[in-house]
Design a protein around this ligand. Structure first.
Ligand code: FES
Ligand code: FES
Length: 155
């Protein structure tokens, strides 16, 4: 076992993990972070997407020990300080951009990264940004609409 220290969603977390423990498993099983989902365990579906040291990663592709000393943000970090939905989350709600919700956390993380990139939020660019995230309910149309609406409402 290896002791790791990681700032997760703004809070310092410490734990002993096996060297083979995946970051997504540590987040979910030890820290009870239920945003990142396990959809494929092979880096294909994006359900486990988080930000690690400012970079978007699929947390099933990262060992927990690799994150030692770093910073991880999950979708739980996106809401406002008072716990209310942020603009993107509200747009997902308003535009019916989730059905079962299994992909939603990963979609929100990817969309947040895309919106912060400065790239024009065209339909084509939005769909391209989401290429690593699978929605099994195939609700892509409304997801794209929600992301574009969030961009339009940005002050
Ligand atoms: S569970 Fe990580 S990409 Fe699918
Ligand atoms: S809303 Fe069900 S997988 Fe996307």
């Amino acid at each position: 076992m290896t002791e790791i220290n990681v700032i997760v969603d703004g809070k310092q977390e410490t734990g002993a993990v096996q060297d083979r423990t995946l970051l997504v498993h540590w987040l979910r099983d030890s820290l009870d972070k239920r945003g990142p989902k396990i959809g494929c365990d092979t880096g294909n579906c994006g359900a486990c997407t988080v930000r690690w040291d400012g970079q978007l990663v699929k947390s099933c592709m990262v060992l927990a020990v690799q994150a030692d000393g770093g910073t991880v943000e999950t979708a739980a970090s996106l809401s406002e300080e008072d716990g209310s939905l942020n603009r993107l989350q509200q747009c997902f709600k308003d535009h019916h951009a989730l059905q079962c919700g299994y992909c939603t956390s990963g979609m929100l993380m990817t969309a947040t990264d895309f919106l912060c990139s400065g790239e024009p939020v065209t339909e084509e660019a939005t769909r391209r940004a989401l290429k690593g995230n699978v929605c099994r309910c195939t609700g892509y149309h409304n997801i794209v609409r929600a992301i574009r609406a969030a961009a339009e409402e940005t002050p």
